[in-house]
Design a protein around this ligand. Structure first.
Ligand code: BGC
Length: 448
């Protein structure tokens, strides 16, 4: 017999109401280490607006390149509204912020520094410092100045020298204001999108060019790492303790068919090539490992799918984000444990979800932090968590349709409105841990 709710009636066993008592759990806040960085992340082209001097500006205008037909245009007008945005971050108890400077603004023509832009970014970084926030600065987050792209971008024979000069300039200008340096964001994602799938500029699909650029980016990072340290470590008054690394998109791969040796081998290969090869070739030039976590791929090896690099990703009917990406918060634990092999501190440089109605984001934040908490308990030195993103922004080839913000943006009025998740995250930042009450987002009575 079943009751109105379909529950089977068992004599003497009211299991639903007994559950919390049956499974006692701790009511204290799950504390993170002292000094843990709680922040959010953005990148210049995605939020600033008016970045008309990089190669994306022209690329976006070509029909078919941006899925929803939008262009970055005014974006979030963060270039002029950064004070307001940092006030919001501060009011949400964030103690750190990750942002990027736009190379095409700082060096609009080869070898010419635009001092207005240089001073602008100094003010931006000072605005964070004035709010008592730690600064993580990304030197390059996917966009190339038009003049650099015209030379062949990363394929140019001059790429290493030009990137190194740019990064050295940043170190000299902003060394006193930056706590953590990210030389480049997600080199592997850039390679896949720009030289594999061809859906980002320069739109190439050539494996040889891909491998060539991979090698170049490894060398570029190594040179940038050394230049940053040479400049930062030798200048009196400059932050000698600054850490330098990259933000790497880590995908947790899993064989779709557990019994398939071919799927298993492919997973091993994909993990090595995508997640680890960059670190192997740039060994010794990472003070920390930056993890951007979004993807769990259950992959099936398909030998005939040459154009898809021989694999298919399966989500079946699992929970996905607004962009169709599988939600797998447990994967962040595996990503951290895997990357802890390098024996360096780990920073979650990005983690987030496209979720316009915010129905999932609070739970996803709590669930991911549960995993991060456990990774810390397992002995991994994790220094911070930066949610992607502070606000909705221009999601590359997806345009403005992917809504990743803790803060919603009305793109007509430019009004900023914190979502419920922004307040959930604020309570976590304030408590330096996850208050017990927030476990309700995952089901009260869950033990961890
Ligand atoms: C990138 C961001 C992007 C985010 C969400 C990361 O791969 O660094 O630029 O907006 O993921 O897709």
């Amino acid at each position: 017999m079943a009751d109105d709710h379909g529950h089977a009636a068992h004599a003497g066993l009211d299991y639903l109401s007994e559950l919390p008592q049956a499974r006692p759990h701790i009511h204290e806040t799950r504390k993170f280490p002292d000094g843990f960085l709680w922040g959010s992340a953005t990148s210049s082209h995605q939020v600033e607006g008016g970045n008309n001097n990089n190669e994306w500006w022209d690329w976006e205008k070509i029909p078919g390149h941006i899925l929803d037909g939008t262009v970055s245009g005014r974006a979030c007008e963060h270039y002029t509204r950064y004070e307001e945005d940092f006030d919001i971050a501060k009011s949400l108890h964030q103690n750190a912020h990750r942002l990027s400077v736009e190379w095409s603004r700082i060096e609009p023509e080869e070898g010419k520094w635009d001092m207005d832009a240089v001073i602008h970014y100094r003010r931006v970084l000072e605005a964070l410092k004035a709010r008592g926030m730690k600064v993580m600065l990304t030197c390059w987050h996917f966009t190339l100045p038009k003049w650099f792209a015209a030379k062949g971008g990363w394929e140019s024979g001059e790429a290493l020298r030009l990137f190194d000069r740019y990064v050295s300039f940043l170190a000299a200008e902003y060394g006193d204001l930056v706590d953590i340096w990210v030389t480049m964001n997600e080199p592997m994602v850039y390679l896949v999108q720009s030289y594999g799938a061809g859906i980002w500029p320069p739109g190439a699909t050539n494996p040889l060019r891909n491998v060539h650029v991979f090698g170049k980016m490894c060398l570029a990072h190594k040179a940038a790492y050394r230049s940053l340290h040479r400049i930062l470590d030798s200048r009196p008054g400059v932050n000698a303790k600054a850490m330098v690394g990259i933000a790497q998109n880590i995908i947790t791969f899993e064989p779709y068919r557990k019994q398939s040796i071919r799927d298993g081998v492919f997973v091993w290969f994909a993990d090595k090539a995508f997640n680890r090869q960059f670190f192997i070739w740039t060994k010794g030039t990472h003070d920390f490992i930056g993890i951007n976590y979004y993807f769990h791929y259950r992959i099936k090896y398909v030998p005939t799918k040459i154009e898809q690099l021989f694999y298919e990703v399966h989500t079946e009917n699992r929970e996905v984000s607004d962009l169709g990406w599988e939600i797998n918060t447990q994967g962040i634990f595996d990503a951290i444990i895997s990357m802890s092999r390098y024996g360096k501190p780990i920073i979650i440089t990005e983690h987030g979800v496209a979720n316009a109605d915010d129905g999932k984001r609070p739970r996803i934040i709590v669930a991911a932090l549960k995993e991060i908490y456990h990774a810390i308990q397992s002995g991994v030195d994790i220094r911070g968590y930066f949610h992607w993103s502070l606000m909705d922004n221009f999601e590359w080839e997806k345009g403005f349709s992917g809504r990743f913000g803790l803060v919603a943006i009305d793109y007509v009025t430019m009004k900023r409105t914190p979502r419920r998740s922004a307040y959930v995250y604020a309570d976590i930042c304030k408590a330096n841990g996850v208050p017990h009450s927030l476990l309700r987002f995952m089901g009260h009575g869950v033990r961890w």
